[in-house]
Design a protein around this ligand. Structure first.
Ligand code: ADP
Ligand code: MG
Length: 252
C-alpha cells in the first residue's frame, strides 16, 4: 500500500557521504542472487522503488546506511534484498568453536531486524518468508505479548534472520536463547517510532550491552520517516562511515 506506481520514478532521492555507489535501475543479478531474482518475480515486483534503487548497491557494497523515507516507499525490500542476496551466496555461518555445545538451544542470527510493534515485525517477517522461499535462510519473528515458549521452540529450530521488537529480544538474550555474536547485519526499521515508544535504552542494550560485534565489524542500516536530533545521535553512535539517503520530502 502507498506506492504510486505511475510516478514513483519522479520521487527525488538525495544520497550523501563518501563514495556513494551508483544506483541500480532494474532488479538484476548481480548484485542480486539468482534465487532472490526468482522470488522477486514470484512476488510480481517488476522494478525497484527509488529507495531500493539506492539502498541495494549501498548495502551490497558493505556500507552503513541512514535512510529517511516515508511509509510505503518499499524500505523492506531495500534492506531485505541485499542482505538475503549476500546470505544466499555465503551459506550458513560457522559457529564460534566455544559455542558448539550450546548450538541446540541458542540461535545465532546473522541478520537482526528491530521493529517497533508486533504488527510491523510480522509484516517484515512475512516479506522475509516470501523472499527466502526455497533458500537455506530461515526467518524467525519474536515480539512481546505472545507466549515466549513458542518463540523459543522456533528459535531452537535455527534462525538466520531474526525480526524482533526490542523488549522481547532483550528478554530472550537474558534467557540465553539468542547470541548476537554472529550478527553481520543490524537493521533498525522505523527508528523514529521506536524512540517515540521509549525503546532507546532497550535498543542501546541490544547494540552495546550484549555480544553484538561493534560498528565497523557489522553492517548497520537505519530507516526512519523523520530525522530529529535523537535519531541523528543514534546514527552517530551506531553507524560507521555511513551514507545518508533522503527519499521524497522528509520531516524532522
Ligand atoms: P515501507 O516499509 O517503506 O513502508 P514496504 O516495504 O512495506 O514499505 O512496501 C510497501 C508495499 O509495496 C508492500 O506491500 C510491498 O510488498 C510493496 N512493494 C515494495 N517494493 C515493491 C516493488 N519494487 N514493486 C512492487 N511492489 C513493491
Ligand atoms: Mg516498513
Amino acid at each position: 500500500s502507498g506506492i504510486n506506481f505511475d510516478n514513483y520514478d519522479d520521487i527525488p532521492v538525495e544520497a550523501s557521504g563518501k563514495d556513494v555507489p551508483e544506483a541500480i535501475t532494474e532488479f538484476t543479478s548481480p548484485p542480486l542472487a539468482d534465487l532472490l531474482m526468482e522470488n522477486i518475480k514470484l512476488a510480481h515486483f517488476t522494478k525497484p522503488t527509488p529507495v531500493q534503487k539506492y539502498s541495494i548497491p549501498i548495502v551490497e557494497q558493505g556500507r552503513d546506511l541512514m535512510a529517511c523515507a516515508q511509509t510505503g516507499s518499499g524500505k523492506t525490500g531495500g534492506f531485505l534484498f541485499p542482505v538475503l542476496s549476500e546470505s544466499f551466496s555465503t551459506g550458513p555461518a560457522d559457529l564460534p568453536e566455544n559455542t558448539q555445545s550450546s548450538y541446540m538451544r541458542k540461535a545465532y542470527p546473522t541478520a537482526v531486524i528491530l521493529a517497533p510493534t508486533r504488527e510491523l515485525a510480522t509484516q517484515i517477517f512475512d516479506e522475509a518468508k516470501k523472499f527466502t522461499y526455497r533458500s537455506w535462510v530461515k526467518p524467525c519473528v519474536v515480539y512481546g505479548g505472545a507466549d515466549i515458549r513458542n518463540q523459543i521452540r522456533e528459535l531452537e529450530r535455527g534462525c538466520a534472520l531474526l525480526v524482533a521488537t526490542p523488549g522481547r529480544l532483550n528478554d530472550l538474550l537474558e534467557r540465553g536463547r539468542i547470541s548476537l555474536a554472529n550478527v553481520k547485519y543490524l537493521v533498525l526499521d522505523e527508528a523514529d517510532r521506536m524512540l517515540d515508544m521509549g525503546f532507546e535504552p532497550q535498543i542501546r542494550h541490544i547494540v552495546d550491552g550484549c555480544d553484538m560485534p561493534p560498528a565497523g565489524e557489522r553492517q548497520t542500516l537505519m530507516f526512519s520517516a523523520t530525522f530529529p536530533d535523537d535519531i541523528q545521535h543514534l546514527a552517530r553512535d551506531f553507524l560507521s562511515d555511513y551514507i545518508f539517503l533522503s527519499v521524497g520530502r522528509v520531516g524532522s
